[in-house]
Design a binder for this molecule. Structure first.
Ligand code: HSE
Length: 402
């Protein structure tokens, strides 16, 4: 029997206990041994809970217990998750986590510590919730030169954008709805400003490059400025709007960004709706590979954590195979990337100088808002676009077109 501890009995931690208990037979068959949840660490009490007897407030008891070989860190945040994880790995216990904040901030260090102590630091659930993406990237796409990873990596914002697209709802209304449904936090900043997606693309980019992509270096724009009128313009172009996290390699240049994009119907990410996530990986041999599923939620995320537990349980004493060095990877400026842009303008198209500034731009031939017009630029470097855009007198906003 292999003993497991769960750190943090919140939504995901509760899901991990449920998955390990409810799928115990199947999991034991795959590991070749039974897995037993010996401890659940939480500062709260859970009277009447089915796992009440396992709940403890004493982290040191878990750390000192030689029978515990694997811990699931489902606390989230950096403190005390970082210290607990480090201590567990130093004690030779594998740690499986859903904590993208910790992985993005300290992943390479924790992987190194795991290797030094012949155990594993695994984080399948940190990106894309229940979608298998980390292990496929590391194990199955190893023959590929991957030149682009683009993903809808945040379920909350995808739910909101889907509602705005389908129901013509306002941003503020869909945010309230997302909060009422338990998707968005009371402080929704991490989701709506793109910080969550940024950490996830930083993890994927770091795994792709095997070096550290600092999430603070990634240009990040969220959805808080997207309006229902933007969707009306998108509709005229037969497109919808999605928040994408993207890393792209062109020759020696390496880029990453998070921003809302207008997507056309033929893009596989176009139909990723509601709280679902989708991750499109492009390799030079395999072409596009799409990973799709529930990017958040109790059981899907817990399932990914437990898949890591199974991996660690099957390979006792084997160090992490993940290559992610703490050498910093310097990203190139996103101003070198090429996109088309939808530009919204105040005034009358006949009086503006937009056609001269953006040679080849095409005006949208319907009036969405009185006193306003819009056009789409040709494909151009973001730096050139911004220079020209900033020279336009009456510009309202722009959205990138993919
Ligand atoms: N807030 C995140 C989301 C949770 O909405 O996708 C999963 O990381």
């Amino acid at each position: 029997m292999i003993n497991v501890a769960i750190l943090g009995y919140g939504t995901v931690g509760g899901g991990v206990a449920d998955v390990l208990f409810d799928n115990a037979k199947t999991i034991a068959g795959r590991v070749g041994e039974e897995l037993n949840v010996k401890y659940i660490l939480d500062i709260r009490d859970f009277p009447g809970d089915r796992f009440e007897a396992k709940i403890t407030k004493d982290f040191n008891a878990i750390l000192a217990d030689d029978e515990v070989r694997i811990a699931c860190e489902t606390m989230g945040g950096l403190k005390p998750a970082y210290d607990f994880t480090k201590a567990l790995l130093e004690a030779g216990k594998s740690v499986c986590t859903s904590n993208k904040e910790l992985v993005a901030a300290h992943g390479p260090e924790l992987i190194r510590i795991a290797k030094e102590h012949n155990c594993m630091y695994l984080f399948e659930a940190s990106v894309g919730g229940g979608i298998p993406i980390i292990r496929p990237l590391l194990d199955c796409l190893t023959a590929e030169e991957i030149d682009e990873i683009t993903g809808i990596l945040n379920g909350t914002t995808n739910y909101m954008l889907t509602k705005m697209d389908r129901e013509g709802s306002d941003y503020d209304d869909v945010l309230k709805e997302a909060q009422a449904n338990g998707y968005a936090e009371r402080n929704p900043e991490a989701d709506v400003e793109g910080y969550d997606a940024c950490r996830k693309i930083a993890i994927l980019a770091s795994l792709k490059y095997q070096k550290t992509v600092n999430y603070e270096q990634i240009y990040t724009e969220g959805i808080s400025k997207i309006t229902k009128e933007d969707f009306d313009y998108a509709g005229l172009l037969n497109r919808n709007i999605k928040l994408l996290g993207m890393c792209r390699e062109i020759g020696e240049k390496k880029y990453a960004l998070v921003a809302p994009f207008l997507l056309e119907e033929s893009n596989p990410l176009y139909s990723v709706s509601d709280v679902f996530n989708g991750i499109l990986v492009h390799g030079n041999m395999v072409d596009n590979v799409m990973f799709y599923g529930r990017g958040a939620g109790k059981l899907p995320t817990a399932s990914a954590v437990v898949s890591d537990v199974v991996e660690a349980a099957k390979k006792p004493g084997k160090p992490s195979e993940i290559i992610w060095s703490d050498e910093a990877l310097s990203l190139d400026s996103k101003d070198e990337l090429e996109f088309k842009y939808l530009v919204r303008m105040k005034g009358n198209p006949a009086n503006g100088n937009w056609e001269k500034v953006f040679e080849g731009a095409k005006e949208l031939d319907a009036e969405i808002i009185a006193g306003e017009y819009a056009f789409v630029t040709p494909l151009m470097k973001e730096g050139d676009f911004l220079e020209k855009y900033n020279s336009l007198g009456e510009a309202i906003k722009f959205i990138r077109v993919k």
